[in-house]
Design a protein around this ligand. Structure first.
Ligand code: ARG
Length: 282
């Protein structure tokens, strides 16, 4: 029986949102973007979390970083330890230190990444382990680095479709409890071997349809019971309801023009600040 647990999320209001470069197949610089609409949709998303009883923290948006709204890429936080992001593309480079500073200023232990990784876009904590994507943005060296830092097994999964360039565009963690971990995913986004790994680890997973995936429906946010999901992902919503989850449609269509949905805009802060400082792992 799915049960909600309170979460803390970090978000960044899209006041500087635009599509001024193309680093994934969803982005098209010739297409008009509506910043006011992006902000309005973002606020509905934030208010949805607040209404569910979650805590939402915000980081100040920076001019010249239009993708900063996709907070999930800013870091990975497990047990109050922050593994900073190191972005693949120079356009997003400054976001890594900006997010790291936000955490350091609040007393979190932060570790500066050596390896290229795009935070929770590719590193998804579930149960005692971490599911980690590679193939487009995050290097496999980051999987090793994250495993060393967090002391949790990291399962490497290869992404093969450029439309699903981050793991969180192809796979959703529905229940992160070690006792009953549950996911939904879109099999064609993964290599054959990685599909076999997912089948072995999660035989009861929800398999998303091509329509769900095309709406970035897997870029959903679950608190264990409530699942914030793109309204167009109707098959996924029905499958969630059948499993006892509560799908909550939230329209983030304007932010889809940058290649992101609800999850991209949401960085989960797991654990709390312990002692300020920088954590070095050898
Ligand atoms: N335009 C951004 C990029 O391509 C979108 C990031 C979406 N974030 C995510 N967690 N999948 O980097």
């Amino acid at each position: 029986m799915p049960v909600a647990t309170p979460r803390t999320y970090l978000m960044c209001e899209p006041v500087h949102y635009t599509v001024s470069y193309e680093i994934n197949p969803w982005m098209d610089v010739t297409r008009h973007t509506d910043r006011d609409l992006a902000v309005a949709q973002w606020r509905v998303l934030r208010d949805t979390y607040l209404a569910l009883g979650h805590t939402v923290e915000t980081i100040d948006p920076r001019e010249g970083l239009p993708d900063m709204v996709y907070a999930a890429n800013g870091a990975t936080v497990v047990d109050g330890v922050v593994y900073s992001a190191r972005f693949r593309y120079a356009e997003r480079g400054p976001e890594g230190p900006a997010y790291q500073k936000w955490f350091a200023d609040r007393g979190f232990l932060t570790h500066t990444a050596d390896a290229t990784n795009e935070g929770e876009g590719d590193l998804l904590a579930i149960g005692d382990m971490i599911l980690a994507g590679f193939g487009f943005r995050t290097d496999r060296a980051a999987h090793t680095e994250a495993q060393e830092l967090f002391g949790r097994p990291v399962i490497s999964l290869e992404l093969v479709d450029p439309h699903f360039y981050h793991l969180d565009t192809a796979l959703t963690v529905l229940n992160s409890d070690a006792a009953d971990p549950q996911i939904a995913y879109y099999p064609p986004a993964f290599s054959a071997g990685s599909r076999a790994v997912l089948e072995r680890l999660f035989p009861d997973a929800i398999l998303a349809t091509a329509d769900d995936a095309a709406a970035l429906g897997l870029n959903a946010v679950s608190d264990g019971y409530n699942v914030v999901v793109a309204p167009a992902a109707v098959d996924l919503a029905a499958a969630l309801r059948a499993r006892g989850y509560n799908p909550i449609p939230v329209d983030t269509s304007e932010l889809l023009k940058g290649g992101g949905g609800a999850k991209c805009c949401t960085l989960e802060v797991r654990g709390s600040a312990s002692a300020p400082g920088t954590l070095e792992v050898s």
